[in-house]
Design a protein around this ligand. Sequence first.
Ligand code: ASP
Length: 310
Amino acid sequence: MKKIALAIHGGAGTLVKGMMTPEKESAYKAALNRALKKGYQSLELGSSAVEAVELSVKELEDSPLFNAGKGSVFTSEGKHEMDASIMDGKTLNAGAVSLVHGIKNPICLARDVMDKSDHVFLASKGAMEFAEKMKYQLEDEKYFYDELRFRQWQEIKDTDSFQLDHSVNKDSKFGTVGAVACDRFGNLAAATSTGGMTNKKYGRVGDSPMIGVGNYANNKTCAVSCTGSGEFFIKGVVAYDISCLMEYKNLSLQDAAEEVIQNRLLKIGGDGGIIAVDAQCNIAMPFNTEGMYRACKSSDVPGYTAIYKD
Ligand code: ASP
């Protein structure tokens, strides 16, 4: 059998050792492991990379621990607006949604945009109309309610500030989620899903649903999923920049990913991290923050789950 590989993340940020209780830490690791297993087992059974990244992200969206799907943060109006994207590195087909609400698994809607529409990116009201056409059931606000997220929002609700789930409050939870995979045919895929930033307004959209920015896959180079301060990732066109360094400058996956995260992104003031895989099943997971919820497994690497810097 040809080699396979999968990597996932649950957000990067001010994650410092000792910040969490051992119970919390093991809850995060267990959730990451569940999502890793879901996707990896499907790859072992012969599923495509697209299938595997969707499965892993779906699992992370169902966990209240991460800022995506069920655990999405509150907007300035006390609602939840979610963004997600998925890309197939074999065909360069892609699907993305932004500013959707009530959708349990935005990543599945992004996949439907890719597979069942003539478009790549649907937003807001139109994306919701498409969901209705695809017969998605909407969850009520209660499904997305989380006490800690609510408190995070209350703290800044009447101000103009908005907050990355990653930052400031040391006790906060973290997390945009993502997955990248290489299947046994050497096909790559990437998926990313997020609730965005606490107290966001004006229809703010971050990098996560933007193809080439927070999410990108191309069999010729790599599959990438990002997490961090979206505005800076957009300015740096981060995911595509990593792919370009590989394609045009012949950099290895690791070197390209390190150059973008530890140098280019930092220079423009951006913090965060990425997970990436190439068609040889190499995996890179650099971040320039204190930590990043992450896990990976491949035919060469036994299961690995981590939160802090090694
Ligand atoms: N990148 C996401 C955004 O800006 C946030 C995150 O990674 O948690 O919407």
